[in-house]
Design a protein around this ligand. Structure first.
Ligand SMILES: C[S@@+](CC[C@H](N)C(=O)[O-])C[C@H]1O[C@@H](n2cnc3c(N)ncnc32)[C@H](O)[C@@H]1O
Length: 237
């Protein structure tokens, strides 16, 4: 089952749609309320933000963090993120998260609307990468769409991986990975992987706080072990 083509189309969608990406944040009160919740979450220390996009969450993370390292694959969205927040405490990296390993450990790993873009069969590796990126006592904090959000998507049924169709203003259309995780099932899955996790539904979304398995041989999850996908710091577009 090969989802590489689907992941490539997903990347292409966000590159082509960068200029349209922020529209829902301006239109939907639920999203604005969700953004505000980040101020109540245990964000602390050095923060790694995965799939930061146009930086909707990054300033709020930076306001609570010692430093933020924000990663995304699309230069087009990173350029918008960089224009939104110019701070010496925030570094933007361009990298493919399915190939990239974190260069060091962080106190918080934050990802919004990214987990639903990870194909189910790649989830164990993804959570291992998150665990490897966390310093002792560190937390993963994530926000995403719950099952109710499927009503607002063109869900595709004939794909090997849960997917949806997205359309841009110019009429172009793209398949993306879209997994509508249910809070209960996700809690059970993460618990089975050894994480301690609390997931709180909020309107059609959910917010999760998770701590990685303790006593796991962290040496087995070496940071940056063997990965050649060294990210390129984004300075001037
Ligand atoms: C739904 S957006 C989330 C952006 C931001 N976190 C937010 O909540 O507004 C998904 C992001 O994932 C990025 N992305 C897609 N595929 C990726 C990959 N393979 N590696 C890194 N980022 C990727 C896209 O460029 C896009 O910015």
């Amino acid at each position: 089952m090969d989802d590489d083509a689907l992941l490539a189309e997903q990347m292409a969608y966000y590159r082509a749609g960068a200029a349209e990406y922020d529209r829902p944040y301006a239109e939907y009160e639920d999203l604005q309320r969700l953004l505000a919740v980040v101020d109540e979450l245990p964000i602390a220390g050095d923060v790694l933000e995965l799939a930061c996009g146009t930086g909707q969450w990054t300033p709020r993370l930076a306001a609570r963090a010692r430093s933020v390292t924000a990663v995304d694959v699309a230069a087009e969205v990173l350029a918008l993120a960089r224009a939104r927040i110019a701070s010496s405490a925030v570094e933007f990296l361009e990298a493919d998260l399915f190939e990239w390993q974190p260069p060091r450990r962080f106190d918080t790993v934050f990802f919004a609307f990214w987990l639903s873009h990870v194909p189910p069969r790649r989830l164990p590796d993804f959570w291992n990468t998150v665990a490897a990126a966390l310093a002792p006592g560190g937390k993963a904090i994530f926000v995403d769409d719950g099952p109710a959000a499927a009503a607002y998507e063109e869900v595709l049924t004939d794909q090997p991986t849960p997917s949806a169709l997205r359309r841009l203003d110019d009429g172009s259309q793209y398949r993306i990975v879209k997994v509508f995780h249910d809070a209960r099932t996700l809690t059970d899955d993460l618990t089975a992987l050894g994480w301690s996790v609390r997931i709180r539904p909020m309107a059609g979304n959910f917010i999760g706080i998770a701590e990685p398995p303790t006593g796991q041989d962290r040496k087995g999850q070496e940071v940056n072990g063997g990965s050649s996908a060294c990210p390129r710091p984004v300075t001037d577009a």
